[in-house]
Design a protein around this ligand. Structure first.
Ligand SMILES: *Cc1c(COP(=O)(O)O)cnc(C)c1O
Length: 391
């Protein structure tokens, strides 16, 4: 009989692929901004399911929507119409201010879709992405991802993909030519170290794209649905993408992704793309519940203000020897350390706070938008203590 946490961690280690480096912690349940391990210990969760749990764990509105829909109809491929999907597509297009949407099941899948659609729409092969950019692990998305240790073992990848420095308009202008189908870019680089686009950068990128007959693909898989204090991060910059990739928090924990299609894309020719689970009623029900919560509360504007307060506080209270830079937007916060982030993650965990890395030296904090002030500031103070104590 295997039932102790230790036994079951050993079982998991014996059978899991090995692709993931796991922490020595077995999570059994979550509620809001809190996770609980097998021993009943509670943690403040600034991992948020890697950016998925923007509305926290098991938000009651999402639980209710999923329970109800699970009993009604879970799968309905897009060869049929479905009333829930109809409502979800209309409402998602409305909040994104884009006319059409292709629904899929993950971030990488949305990037794959966007690359295919950009090639189809322009009849060009080229993609220009950015250094430090992260777009997922499938072959097409991986081609656009910068991290060499992710890409190297799988080369050769997609041809005609180049990388330019982020926040550098001149280098992008030089990289565009008559073969460039699309520029693929995050409004705030997440995995790559939490680097927000500088003011004016995204507008300049959009203008260069337009002048070159190139499409602008924004990767908001991590930044979408309120994370940065805006419904979509690019709305702050007043730019309009041709293709908008979203996933992570869009369905509150149910796997879902989407590519929103701008006016320049129009309607896709029949049978040019597809996915079995795309637009399934279960995910659409969860997605609708997320939209309802985000529209009926001020969680997003709160995240904008609360995130800014956290940045100010960290800059004022961290010892200069403890960090190089604090960056971020809303509830996507990065602290660039002077050393490696791994021991800091372990020390935080021991103090009851779960956080993420973004590369080797950046500590990434992604509080759920629903986190209470008590938990938020307790977590921030713990981060401060751990970093300052290490100096
Ligand atoms: C997480 C992420 C992806 C990949 O999403 P998956 O659902 O893990 O495939 C792509 N782009 C960005 C910016 C991400 O943060």
């Amino acid at each position: 009989m295997l039932n102790s946490a230790l036994d079951l961690m050993t079982v998991e280690q014996a059978h899991t692929s090995g692709a993931y480096v796991k922490r020595d912690l077995q999570i059994v349940r979550g509620a809001g901004a809190r996770l609980e391990d097998a021993a009943g210990r509670s943690y403040i969760d600034l991992v948020g399911g890697q950016g998925v749990a923007a509305l926290g764990h098991s938000h009651p509105a999402i639980v209710q929507a999923v329970q109800q829909q699970a009993a009604e109809l879970m799968i309905c491929p897009e060869l049929f119409h479905n009333p829930l999907r109809a409502r979800y597509q209309a409402e998602l297009c409305q909040v994104a201010e884009m006319p059409r949407v292709f629904l899929c099941n993950s971030g990488a899948e949305s990037i794959e879709g966007a690359i295919k659609i950009a090639r189809l729409a322009t009849r060009r092969p080229g993609i220009v992405a950015t250094m430090r950019g992260f777009h997922g692990r499938t072959l097409g998305a991986l081609s656009a991802t910068w991290n060499k240790s992710y890409r190297g073992p799988f080369e050769p990848l997609l041809p005609h993909v180049t990388h330019v420095p982020y926040n550098n308009v001149e280098r992008l202008a030089e990289a565009l030519d008559e073969h460039t189908a699309a520029v693929l870019i995050e409004p705030v680089q997440g995995e790559g170290g939490v680097y927000p686009a500088e003011d004016g950068y995204l507008q300049a990128v959009a203008e260069l794209c337009r002048a070159n007959g190139t499409l602008l693909i924004l990767d908001e898989v991590q930044t979408g649905f309120g994370r940065t204090g805006w419904f979509f991060a690019h709305q702050r910059d007043g730019v309009r993408p041709d293709l908008l990739c979203v996933a992570k928090s869009m369905a509150g924990g149910i796997p879902m992704g989407a590519v929103l299609l701008g006016e320049r894309i129009g309607v896709l020719p029949p049978a040019t793309h597809g996915t079995t689970f795309g637009g399934n009623p279960l995910a659409c029900a969860a997605g609708l519940a997320v939209l309802d919560v985000l529209r009926s509360t001020d969680l997003i504007t709160q995240a904008r203000a609360r995130g800014a307060a956290v940045l100010d506080h960290l800059r004022a209270h961290l010892l200069s020897g403890a960090y190089r830079e604090v960056r971020g937007r809303g509830f996507l916060i990065g602290i660039e350390l002077r050393g490696k982030v791994a021991p800091v993650l372990g020390a935080l965990q021991a103090c009851g706070v779960l956080a993420l890395p973004a590369g080797m030296t950046v500590l990434r904090l992604m509080p759920p938008l629903v986190i209470s002030d008590d938990d938020l500031w307790q977590a921030v103070e713990t981060v401060e203590e751990v970093l300052n104590d290490a100096v």
